[in-house]
Design a protein around this ligand. Structure first.
Ligand code: ZN
Ligand code: ZN
Length: 391
């Protein structure tokens, strides 16, 4: 019995040992599994940490990521704009010259025939005044450098450092990725003048826009009687539309020749002489070009007049809007530090200082420089304007 009891005691003992062994085995297996999982997790966290530490930037946000993704597109647009610039200047010159030629050939003789000498004299004076101002301000807008910051900006003039030029960037200065330079008081890069609009040519740009818009309005009004006469004449418009298409005319002639009979359509086309047809096309073309420019340039000019009146550039408009929205959340009203009131803003832009007047220096071509060198700006927030910096 004792032996039985010993056996009976040992069995449970041996069975407990095997259970423990199995449990130990399971524990080791699960520990190893946990270790593997934990090592994989640690490795993942380590790689993630390394990547984040390499790419971390305090200023990283959704807009920055979007900008980075759009970088190839910006690169393409910048290069196209850079290489298309000279062609755009040639295009503006050719179109403007064509419109002026049509005015001389078609509209002025008509005015001489139909209007009194007083009205004709007004056309001559007003038209040439506009023409001189348009040509002068366009030429100056194209040829005048917009203004580049000096390598050494004295004392308080520097606001930041341009990370692309690695050079001082005075207030209101921005880097143009098309010119690949920093531009003083940069507004935008204009492909139509193949130049940046900045501190030294902003006046030429806005006056060119205003004079050009006035010129197109003047031409549209002056040319309207002649245009309506030509355009709403069914015979001439029909001829223009059909005869203008060389391919159509050739195909139609071939078809008529094949059928060997007279075609009334061709008879109508041939009813206009070459000079009549050219005259008709010139008048219609001129009016359509001027009307298109009137609408497009009107929107652009109105936009810039509003910006100048508010004392901000196109770039600053976006900066000011985002600052205004950001500070509004904390109940702070943002004020543009460069807005000195409509009259003062325009006076500064037009450079009316030192006895210069609106009548002589705005209504007539004038190549006077801006009031300041563009490296320091009087600010409503941090006054730092030094009149000794006058050029
Ligand atoms: Zn720069
Ligand atoms: Zn530029």
């Amino acid at each position: 019995m004792k032996g039985q009891s010993d056996i009976s005691l040992t069995i449970p003992a041996s069975s407990t040992g095997s259970t423990n062994y199995i449990m130990d085995y399971d524990t080791d297996k699960s520990r190893r599994r946990r270790n593997v999982c934990s090592r994989v997790c640690d490795r993942y966290r380590y790689i993630k940490f390394c990547l984040r530490s390499l790419t971390y930037n305090f200023f990283t946000n959704r807009n920055m990521v979007l900008d980075t993704c759009m970088e190839p597109l910006f690169w393409l647009v910048n290069h196209i704009t850079r290489y298309m610039g000279p062609l755009m200047v040639v295009l503006v010159t050719i179109l403007s010259s064509t419109v002026v030629s049509v005015v001389y050939i078609c509209i002025l003789p008509r005015c001489l025939e139909t209007e009194a000498y007083v009205q004709f004299t007004f056309h001559l004076i007003f038209g040439h005044w506009l023409l001189v101002n348009i040509a002068f301000h366009y030429y100056k807008g194209v040829r005048t450098p917009p203004g580049y910051p000096p390598q050494i900006v004295p004392d308080t003039g520097v606001a930041t450092i341009c990370k692309k030029c690695i050079a001082p960037k005075p207030p209101r200065t921005h880097h143009c990725s098309i010119c690949n330079k920093c531009i003083l008081r940069m507004d935008h890069h204009c492909p139509w003048i193949n130049n940046c609009v900045g501190h030294y040519n902003y006046r030429y740009f806005i006056l060119f826009c205003i004079y050009m818009w006035t010129g197109t309005l003047y031409v549209c009004i002056s040319a309207w009687p002649l245009f309506s006469e030509e355009f709403f004449d069914a015979r001439k418009t029909f001829d223009s539309l059909l005869a203008g298409s060389v391919l159509f005319t050739m195909l139609h002639s071939y078809k008529v020749a094949q059928q060997n009979k007279t075609d009334p359509l061709m008879e109508r086309i041939s009813a206009l002489t070459d000079s009549e047809s050219a005259y008709h096309k010139a008048v219609v073309f001129q009016f359509i070009i001027c009307f298109s420019v009137l609408i497009a340039l009107g929107v652009l000019t109105a936009w810039h007049i509003r910006l100048i009146s508010r004392g901000e550039t196109s770039i600053e408009k976006h900066i000011n809007d985002s600052e205004r929205a950001r500070l509004k959340k904390v109940n702070v009203v943002y004020k543009n530090p460069y807005n000195f009131g409509v009259k003062e803003n325009w006076r500064m832009l037009l450079g009316l200082y030192g006895g210069r007047t609106f009548w002589l220096h705005v209504l007539l071509p004038s190549s006077h420089p801006p009031e300041h060198d563009g490296t320091r700006w009087e600010s409503l927030v941090t006054p730092g304007y030094v009149s000794a910096a006058l050029p």
